[in-house]
Design a protein around this ligand. Structure first.
Ligand code: ARG
Ligand code: GLU
Length: 721
């Protein structure tokens, strides 16, 4: 039965590959996509893209820190990724005196490259379908817990016995909501150093105003280098480590692109949910997104007040601001796109068709007749809990005092049976985290955020939680959050590292005594303990139900719609997506072409503006038309282009490759109208945004004069014009 499911699963995938939709598994390209890709223009083979028999393009692709993609572009381990992927690293090396965010950074030699503790690069050595082994002993009648425990056992047994090199790791990951399991053999390098970054006025040009927006003019790239031990194997950071010599590095093409050209993007997309029922899509777009959007909007407004007038705070909060703003804007675009393309209605029609087909087939009918109703009921029943989850998690992460109270609360809870020595050891670890935390903290700013977002979780009116101590603290302050915030922040030990260290001085009992008097701590933990005792368990319960139903729903869809294409949802594993360079028409009478130029950068230039200012050097290069070899046939410098490749968060830094597998650009974003592609890909408006490789080289060469970097690259230019 299992075999039948899996093999039919692949047949369906095979039948249905067209458009840009889909994030495909590299090891199945030969079987599922090669023919289609060739018909669309691919000139190399599936084996050139992924192989375990010879070096292939996959050997140049890494997951960077687990949150972005990067690719090897020289035989000395140089890797290319986005400026926003390297942002945190660049920020960590920046001070007011040496502000690399502002001025850019270019190492002139290996010795000047900067180390980044915690940053790593993971190569995929091999992937293999292990569904049969992992699903042995699993059947329909098991509870989710029983199922999970069998699967965990099977995973640890296969992971323990799988043949691998000592420096390699094994990971087994579910696909299609657990209908399929794939094993990955990986190699992780943890010495990754900063090599180069343009100033933010290039690498982040347009900042949040232009984020998720086309037309785009951002040179969103930065460069790092992977270091290895003397044997070229992964090694902890050491000054003795040497540049990693890769199996494969990407050639960079100066050809550029034209509309219709075949493109592919190779990387680590994070998460999509393409197979949700209409009820869930509606819930995301119209119930949950608006809640999260509002909380982040208030947070950002508060941050802005402080950041735009104080450079110190601007640096401290730059990375946090960018990441809060990023999804704030994405969710707005996602909800709009879902409405604009009638995605809910389309899903409803699809469900009607699904139901029709089921009713006409006795086997399907007996397996799946109540499936959709059950799914809908579960999503509906879970809704009030999901609302509280999103309010709670957004508020307790966007307000950092609350975040820290939860960390300390956890420390206390996890140390109940500790002897003094263990307690002191844990405390020391926590203190290190606290030291890092307060380096990038401003209590006034945080208090303002508190006063603006705390009211968005109405503790007094909630039907699900009753944090009585918090409610009474609020009424002590006339039910006014401004007054409450002043009173809490005025006295709490959580407002600075020093006062928190004082509080944490002493035995566990002593610390608890002090915490019990800290009103901010009382306020926060009263809410969190209500949340964790009354909401969280319900969420887990619903999630189990929903997981099980979704697993059956995707299986059912694959059986019923033999004419539709099914690729596994993104799950931070290596995927290849392919499409074409393509313009789009987001609304009536609005047509966007597919390429932008340096002229457009100059059009957006606003001297002194924090988002649209430009470095003088770039302006001079433009004035003097000092473009080097980095123009296209129009004689202009290309900056960005768009295509119909299906990408998502995590694909940042992924290479955009041409039909020959040469690097022609660097993926960094999607167009706003198309961000709903995480839930519902629509080829008419979903586009990914890439920086043109020629702009990257132009900046490295002509702007930064970093000839040491240019010399390392293999630049190809097969097309002549
Ligand atoms: N939207 C892109 C992504 O999802 C870029 C984000 C970084 N830029 C920014 N202005 N926040 O990661
Ligand atoms: N900027 C995103 C990232 O960091 C990629 C854009 C997207 O979500 O498609 O991965």
């Amino acid at each position: 039965m299992k075999k039948i499911i899996l093999s039919s699963l692949f047949t369906f995938v095979y039948l249905l590959s067209y458009c840009g939709e889909g994030m495909w598994l590299p090891f199945l390209l030969g079987k599922l996509n090669e023919q289609d890709m060739k018909s669309k223009g691919l000139k190399i083979s599936a084996e050139d893209i992924y192989s375990t028999n010879k070096n292939s393009l996959k050997d140049a692709i890494v997951s960077l820190g687990g949150f972005c993609t990067a690719e090897v572009i020289s035989n000395q381990g140089l890797i290319l990724t986005n400026h926003h992927c390297g942002f945190d690293a660049i920020q960590n090396h920046s001070t007011v005196a040496n502000n690399y965010l502002k001025e850019g950074f270019w190492a002139k030699n290996n010795a000047e490259e900067k180390t980044n503790p915690g940053l790593f690069a993971t190569f995929i050595i091999k992937m293999e379908d292990v569904s049969e082994q992992i699903l042995t002993g699993v059947n329909q009648n098991l509870t989710e817990k029983e199922r999970q425990s069998i699967i965990s056992k099977n995973i640890s047994s296969i992971s323990g016995s799988y043949k691998k090199e000592p420096e390699q790791d094994i990971k087994v990951v579910p696909f299609y909501d657990g209908n399929q399991y794939i094993l990955f053999v990986t190699e992780t390098y943890s010495d990754v150093r900063l090599v180069g970054a343009p100033p933010s006025s290039i690498g982040k040009f347009g900042s949040d105003t232009d984020n998720w927006v086309w037309p785009r003019h951002t040179g969103d790239f930065s460069l790092f280098r992977i270091y290895a031990g003397k044997n070229n194997k992964p090694a902890k950071y050491s000054p003795d480590n040497v540049p990693y010599v890769p199996k494969q590095s990407l050639k960079i093409s100066l050809d550029g692109v034209e509309d219709g050209d075949f493109t592919m993007v190779y990387g680590f997309p994070g998460r999509t949910q393409e197979y949700l029922p209409s009820v869930a899509v509606n819930q995301v777009a119209n119930v949950l997104n608006p809640i999260k959007i509002q909380i982040r909007e208030n947070t950002l407004e508060s941050m802005n007040v402080f950041m735009r007038v104080n450079e110190q705070i601007e640096i401290q909060y730059a990375s946090k601001y960018a990441s809060i703003a990023n999804y704030w804007k994405k969710w707005i675009g996602e909800s709009q796109g879902i409405r604009q393309t009638n995605a809910v209605e389309k899903k409803q029609n699809y469900e009607k068709e699904f139901t029709n087909r089921i009713q006409n087939n006795p086997t399907w009918n007996s397996n799946y007749s109540t499936l959709l109703t059950q799914l809908n009921d579960s999503y509906k029943a879970a809704e009030p809990y999901y609302i509280l989850r999103d309010q709670f998690s957004q508020i307790f992460t966007n307000n950092e005092m609350l975040t820290m109270t939860l960390q300390i609360d956890r420390l206390i809870k996890n140390s109940e049976n500790d002897d003094e020595k263990t307690w002191q050891a844990k405390l020391q670890k926590q203190k290190d985290a606290i030291t890092d935390f307060y380096k990038e903290y401003n209590a006034d700013l945080d208090r303002t955020i508190f006063a603006r977002i705390m009211p968005l979780l109405s503790i007094k009116d909630s039907k699900l939680i009753k944090p009585s101590k918090s409610i009474s603290l609020l009424s002590d302050n006339k039910n006014n959050y401004e007054l409450l915030s002043n009173s809490l922040y005025g006295k709490t030990a959580f407002k600075s590292k020093e006062s928190l260290f004082d509080l944490l001085d002493g035995s566990r009992e002593k610390v608890i005594k002090k915490l019990k008097k800290d009103k901010a701590y009382i306020f926060a933990t009263d809410i969190s303990s209500e949340y964790y005792s009354k909401v969280d368990p319900k969420i887990k319960e619903y999630q189990e139900q929903i997981n099980k139903l979704q697993r059956s729903y995707i299986k059912a869809q694959m059986e019923v719609f033999t004419d539709k294409k099914f690729f596994p949802d993104a799950n931070s594993t290596l995927r290849l997506t392919y499409g074409n360079v393509a313009p789009y028409n987001p609304k009536d009478a609005v047509n966007f072409t597919s390429k932008t130029y340096l002229d457009g950068v100059m059009e957006k230039y606003k001297p002194g503006d924090y988002e649209f200012d430009l470095p003088k050097k770039l302006i001079d290069l433009y004035k003097n038309k000092d473009y080097g070899i980095y123009t296209d046939k129009t004689g202009k410098v290309p900056v960005c282009f768009i295509g119909s490749n299906h990408t998502t968060g995590g694909n940042s830094g992924s290479p955009a490759l041409d039909a020959n597998g040469n690097l022609i650009g660097l993926n960094f974003d999607r167009v706003w109208e198309g961000t709903m592609s995480d839930i519902n890909y629509d080829p008419s408006i979903c586009r990914n945004i890439m920086v043109d490789a020629r702009y990257i080289l132009f900046i490295i060469d002509k702007y930064a004069n970093a000839t040491n970097i240019i010399k390392e690259l293999e630049i190809v230019h097969p097309k002549k014009y």
